[in-house]
Design a protein around this ligand. Structure first.
Ligand code: AGP
Length: 372
C-alpha cells in the first residue's frame, strides 16, 4: 500500500532514501569514543583473527559487488590476501581452505542457496566463517561461526539498494577490525577512516538532495539500446553494480568494465551516441588512477560515446570530456562507493519507470534465491 511506501511510488525509492539512516544504524554502537571497533556479534576470538592468513569473500549479485569493494579495503588495511568469489563457483573450484582461512559470506536475505552451499563447503574444510547479513536468525548467520548484522531494516524491493550500502559498511568494519586486532600498519589512516565513516550518512544525504538532474537524464536514456559503465579500483565494482541495476530493472543491455580493460576489447562496442557512465576516482590520494580514468573517458568520447561522468566535487579535469557531469562529496577513495553508487541506483530506477516497468517486481527475479 501507499502507506507502507511512506508516500513513495516504489519501495525501491523509499529504500534508496533510507540509505543515510541505514548506514548510520549499521555504524551505531560499533565504534566507541576512542575509535575502537566493537564487533560484539563476532564470536571469533582476537587470537583467531590474528591467525587468519587468507580471506575469501563469497556472495552473489549485489552482495558480490560489495565483496569486490571489500577486497580493496581489506588487503590495503590488513595486508592479508583477500579473494572474492561468486558463491555459485566457489566450491566447484576446490578452493584451498584451512583453519587459518576466514571466509566472509555476504547475504542480505541470509537464505541464498549458492552462498549457503559455499559456506558449508568452507566449514567442512575447517575454515572460519563470518556472515554479513541483514536478516536476523536466517540460515546463513545461524550456520556461521560469527555474524555481523547490517541494520538496513527490511528490504522489500527485489533490487538491492540499502542492503548494498550497509554491506559495504560492514565490510569496512570487518577490515578495520582485522587491522586493529592484528596491530595496524597504517594506524593513522585507520583512525582517520573510522572518523570519516561517521560522516558518510550526511554525505549520502547530500547526494540524494542532488538527484533532480539524474532523473532528467534518465528520461533521456530510456530509449538507449545499451549502456556501458566504467570504473577502476573500487569504482569498478560500482560500475558492475550500476549495470546490474539497469539490467534487473530496465531490462536493457548494460555492462560494467574495468576502465583499463576497454582497450583490450570492449572499446569496440562504442558507437556514435553510446551512453558510457564513468565513475571517476578521487583526484586526491591515488591520483594516478584518476588521470588514467580521465584519459579513458577521453578515449571513449573520441569514438562517439556520450559520457556521463560521476566525479568528486571540485574535479575540474573531467569537465572537458563530460557530456553530463554529476558531482559527489569529497570522500576517502576506499569509501567512495557509498556515495558514487547512489546516482546509479536512482538512474536505473528512473529509466525503468520511464520504460513503464514495475520497479519493485522485475520480471523473472525473486528477492531471495533459495535454489542452487
Ligand atoms: C540485487 O539487486 C539482486 N536482486 C541480487 O543480485 C542479490 O543481491 C543476490 O541474489 C544476493 O542476495 P542475498 O544478498 O540475499 O544473498
Amino acid at each position: 500500500s501507499a502507506a507502507e511506501k511512506s508516500g513513495y511510488e516504489y519501495f525501491m525509492l523509499k529504500e534508496i532514501a533510507e540509505q543515510p539512516h541505514a548506514v548510520a544504524e549499521t555504524l551505531l554502537g560499533r565504534l566507541n569514543e576512542t575509535g575502537d571497533l566493537m564487533l560484539d556479534e563476532v564470536r571469533l576470538t582476537d587470537q583467531d583473527l590474528r591467525d587468519v592468513d587468507k580471506v575469501f569473500i563469497v556472495a552473489c549479485g549485489t552482495a558480490y559487488h560489495a565483496g569486490m569493494v571489500a577486497k580493496y579495503a581489506i588487503e590495503h588495511w590488513t595486508r592479508i590476501p583477500c579473494e572474492v568469489e561468486l558463491a555459485s563457483e566457489f566450491r566447484y573450484r576446490d578452493p584451498v581452505l584451512d583453519r587459518s582461512t576466514l571466509v566472509v559470506a555476504i547475504s542480505q536475505s541470509g537464505e541464498t542457496m549458492d552462498t549457503l552451499m559455499a559456506l558449508r563447503h568452507a566449514k567442512e574444510q575447517k575454515a572460519r566463517v563470518l556472515a554479513i547479513c541483514n536478516t536476523n536468525g536466517s540460515t546463513i548467520p545461524r550456520e556461521s561461526d560469527a555474524v555481523l548484522y547490517t541494520h538496513a531494516g527490511p528490504e522489500i524491493a527485489v533490487a538491492s539498494t540499502k542492503a548494498f550500502l550497509t554491506q559495504l559498511v560492514a565490510c569496512y568494519l570487518v577490515g578495520l577490525h582485522l587491522a586493529q586486532v592484528r596491530g595496524v600498519k597504517y594506524a593513522d589512516e585507520v583512525a582517520a577512516i573510522i572518523a570519516q565513516l561517521q560522516e558518510m550518512p550526511e554525505k549520502i544525504e547530500q547526494v540524494l538532495s542532488m538527484m533532480a538532474p539524474i532523473r532528467e537524464l534518465a528520461r533521456d536514456l530510456a530509449e538507449a539500446k545499451s549502456v556501458l559503465f566504467i570504473g577502476r579500483h573500487v569504482s569498478y565494482p560500482v560500475a558492475l553494480e550500476g549495470a546490474l541495476k539497469l539490467k534487473e530493472l530496465a531490462y536493457m543491455h548494460a555492462e560494467g568494465f574495468a576502465a583499463g580493460e576497454l582497450k583490450h576489447g570492449p572499446i569496440a562496442l562504442i558507437d556514435e551516441g553510446t551512453p558510457v557512465i564513468c565513475v571517476v576516482p578521487s583526484p586526491r590520494g591515488r591520483g594516478v588512477l584518476h588521470d588514467k580514468v580521465v584519459s579513458n573517458i577521453q578515449e571513449v568520447r573520441a569514438r562517439g560515446a556520450r559520457t556521463i561522468v560521476i566525479a568528486e566535487e571540485g574535479d575540474v579535469a573531467v569537465k572537458p570530456y563530460a557530456d553530463h557531469l554529476f558531482y559527489v562529496p569529497i570522500t576517502p577513495t576506499l569509501l567512495a562507493p557509498l556515495v558514487t553508487t547512489v546516482p546509479l541506483q536512482v538512474l536505473a530506477c528512473e529509466i525503468a519507470s520511464a520504460r513503464g516497468h514495475d520497479v519493485d517486481q522485475p520480471r523473472n527475479l525473486a528477492k531471495s534465491v533459495t535454489v542452487e
